[in-house]
Design a protein around this ligand. Structure first.
Ligand code: PLP
Length: 398
């Protein structure tokens, strides 16, 4: 849909709503959902909760299609909270050190040995910590490093997470888990953030794009073999029910890996600006926020209220939200998106009036929901529902 028609829809939908507010364009979100299912081939998609942070939307997505199967969660308290609300098939993707939550998980697993949430480990230290927190059973997922190593490991490209890089290292930890009666290894995950989370079509960066594309092809070729071998070796000592990989950016690659039982995706539902930079797919912007124009410092500039919702990562200009609608607005180079005020210039600024709305996109996905307590849900030119974010439910896990 062209920007002008979108703007007309949003202006009609929000005619009586006072900004600032955040919203999700459901037409765009469901379009993105279908596209991701197509790209994932016949793999089920585990939905990354950190990239949504809205319980009702997570529920709706899981209920919309059998191939959206389970959640990838981001903290153990979050996972237990979701389990308490009836979410099943939960895989916590990042190791926990929360002993009280582990105790609770142990109780839950004792009551439901095959359905309780699964937690991530990558070292004997993690196993010891879990066993020191609870003597009850706990189901585990092993995290295999997906990094691309060159020069004998002196150059490592990829997320700095798990120390388990070789299939043999993965098997050795699986053997150690098998020795511990309360712990059960049921899953293996390997996340290639340098492929799934890194665009190869960044505007104005031709040389960088060429290098990134080349690196990603090399890395995926190596990874496909290495993780297939790791799955094979770990299966010798553990009954793996889940083998997970991927993210919004590379579903079409995970689809080609027979060793993977599923892929993960989250950001693709909201489609923040970071996911505009991929050569292989195009998503519809779905999650946005609106700010009110509150003053006009000069003929070329208007100033909106709020807006400094920076995305995590290396502090750089591309972490700032982007003015989206009306088209033709730019941020001020000295101020960017401010704590309470965001000046805007460009052609469209000249015709904006005090009280008008400006629609912005966030750089990342779920972090937007830490700034707003609710999301308006828009279909066509109507607000059809209002749902709480995690924050709106009084839950700020990270
Ligand atoms: C373990 C893991 N899997 C998958 C993803 C992909 O999530 P998304 O689709 O939101 O990019 C991430 C994102 O950081 C992740 O940490």
């Amino acid at each position: 849909m062209d920007p002008q028609s979108r703007l007309r829809r949003y202006e009609e939908a929000f005619a009586d709503h006072a900004a600032p507010f955040a919203f999700v364009d459901l037409d765009a979100m469901w379009d993105n959902a279908s596209q991701m299912l197509r790209r994932a081939g016949d793999k089920p998609i585990r939905v990354a909760s950190k990239s949504l942070r809205c319980r009702p939307l997570q529920r709706e997505i899981l209920d919309s299609n059998d191939r959206f199967d389970g959640l990838m969660t981001f903290t153990l308290p979050e996972t237990l909270w979701l389990a308490g609300h009836g979410f099943e098939n939960l895989l916590l993707a990042y190791p926990t050190t929360d002993r009280a939550a582990l105790r609770e998980l142990g109780e839950l697993t004792a009551a439901d040995p095959d359905g309780a949430p699964i937690v991530m480990v990558d070292s004997v230290e993690h196993l010891d910590l879990i066993e020191s927190a609870t003597d009850k059973p706990v189901r585990l997922c092993l995290d295999l490093d997906a990094g691309y190593w060159r020069a004998g490991g002196r150059l490592k490209i990829g997320p700095k997470r798990s120390p388990l890089h070789t299939p043999e290292q993965a098997r050795a930890l699986a053997v150690e888990i098998a020795r511990r009666p309360a712990l059960r290894l049921v899953a293996l995950m390997s996340y290639e953030g340098h492929i799934a989370g890194f665009g190869d079509k960044v505007t104005g960066k031709r040389a960088q794009n060429a290098v990134v594309g080349w690196m990603q092809r090399q890395s995926f070729a190596e990874l496909r073999e290495r993780r297939a071998r790791a799955v094979q070796l770990v299966r010798e000592v553990a009954d793996l029910q889940i083998v997970n990989a991927g993210g919004t950016g590379d579903l079409q690659l995970v689809a080609q890996e027979p060793a993977m039982t599923e892929a993960t995706a989250g950001s693709g539902f909201y489609a923040p600006t970071l996911f505009d930079t991929y050569s292989t797919f195009r998503l519809q912007p779905a999650a946005m926020f609106a700010l009110p124009v509150c003053r006009r410092p000069d003929a070329q500039t208007v100033t909106a209220l709020g807006g400094g919702y920076l995305a995590s990562g290396v502090g750089a200009k591309d972490r700032m939200p982007t003015p989206y609608l009306p088209a033709g607005l730019s941020l001020n180079a000295m101020e960017g998106t401010g704590e309470v005020q965001t000046p805007l210039t460009g052609d469209a600024a000249q015709s904006l009036k005090v009280g008008d709305k400006v629609y912005f996109r966030h750089t990342k996905s779920g972090e937007l929901c830490e700034r707003f307590d609710r999301l308006y849900l828009v279909r066509g030119a109507q607000v059809v529902d209002t749902v709480p974010t995690y924050r709106g439910e009084g839950r700020t896990f990270l």
